[in-house]
Design a protein around this ligand. Sequence first.
Ligand SMILES: C[S@@+](CC[C@H](N)C(=O)[O-])C[C@H]1O[C@@H](n2cnc3c(N)ncnc32)[C@H](O)[C@@H]1O
Length: 380
Amino acid sequence: MKKFDLIATSAMGLEALVAKEVRSLGYECEVENGRITFQGDELAIARSNLWLRTADRVKIKAGEFKAYTFDELFERTKAIPWEQFLPENAEFPVSGKSQKSKLFSVPDCQAIVKKAIVERLRKHYKKTSWFEENGPLFKIEVALVKDVATITIDASGSGLHKRGYRVDQGEAPLKETLAAALVMLTNWTPDRPFADPFCGSGTIPIEAALIGQNIAPGFNREFVSESWDWISRSVWDQARTEAEDMANYDQPLEITGSDIDHRLVNIAKENAFEAGLGELVTFKQMRVQDFTTQNQYGVIVSNPPYGERLGEKSAVEQMYKEMGKVLIPLDTWSVYIMTSNEDFEKFYGKPATKKRKLFNGFIRTDYYQYWGKRPPRENK
Ligand SMILES: C[S@@+](CC[C@H](N)C(=O)[O-])C[C@H]1O[C@@H](n2cnc3c(N)ncnc32)[C@H](O)[C@@H]1O
C-alpha cells in the first residue's frame, strides 16, 4: 500500500503521550510542537483514528514547502497530485492560518490554495465548468508558519475527543482526550481500584474503563476518511476486527465515580451506558468529604472545581482542606488531582510527590501527583 505522511495533532503539553501511543501502534514518529508526524498506509489512517486516545485529529500531509509569494503558494500547491486524493465530486473547503510569515492574509492564502487545486483537478478530470462538490468531504488546511506552508487533509471528521458516548454533560466537562491523558499519566493498572470523587458527567471513569479493557476509543464512531473511495472498506473492516480482537472484555474492573450533584451522577450513568460500560463503572451521589474505602492500592484521578469564579475561591479551598483530611490517611492509594489553584498543596495539607503543568483548554493547571505505597510483590 502507498505510504502517506501523517500528522496526529496534539493539545499543548500532551505531545509525548500522543507519540507514545503512535509508537505503540507500531509507527516510528517525530515529535514537534502540537503535532506528531509519522508515515503510514491506509491501514495506519484507520488504526490511528480508531486508537489514539490523546490526539485531537489525524491529518494527511499533502505537501510542505517554503512560500514567500502567492505565486509560489499557487504553483507548489498545484504540483501536489490532488487527483490521487480527491474524486471529481469531492467537497473540499479550504481553511487557513498564518504565523510569522510573509503571506499573512489568511483569506488570500485560502483562495489561492483553492484555485490551485481546482486548476489541477480541472486538467485531470478534463472539466471546463465548476465542480459541483456534492461528494465526500476533504477538509483542507493551509498552515503557514515562518514561511513554510503545510497543506493537510483532515482524516478524522469530528475531533477524536468525540467518542460517540456523550449523551449529556455538566457545566465543565473534561475533554475526553485530556481525561484519557490524566489516566495514562498515572501508575494505575486495571487490577487496581480506581475512583473519581468529582466525576461530573463521568469522563475520567469512562476513559479509565476503556483503557482498562483496551477498548479502542473510536470504536463507536465514524470518521470522515471512511467515505473516501481510495481507502477500501476492507481496510476499515480489518482495523475494526483488530480492535475487536484486542479488546479485553473479560478484564474485571473496579471503577467508581461520585459527585455531590445527583443530576450529574445520572448523566454519568447515561454516558457510561452509551459507551457500553453500564455494568462496569459504578456511579453514586456522594460528597468527597464522605469518601471512604476498604480497598487498598487504589488510584484516584480527579478534576475538582478550581474556584475561579467570583466568590467561589474560599469555599473551594475549604473543600480542598476537607478532601486532604479524608484522602491523605489512605496511604496505599495514589491521588492525582488537576487544578489551577496554585496553593492546592497548602490547602490539601501535603506537598505533592510530583507536579506536571497541563492545560485544560486555555486554563493553565497543575497535575498534583501523590504516590501511594507500592503494592507488595506477589511471591512467585
Ligand atoms: C470540574 S467538574 C468535573 C467535571 C468532570 N471531570 C466531567 O468530565 O464532567 C467538578 C465537579 O465537582 C463536583 N463537586 C463540587 N464539590 C464537590 C464535593 N464537595 N464533593 C464531590 N463533588 C463535588 C461538581 O458537582 C462538579 O461536577
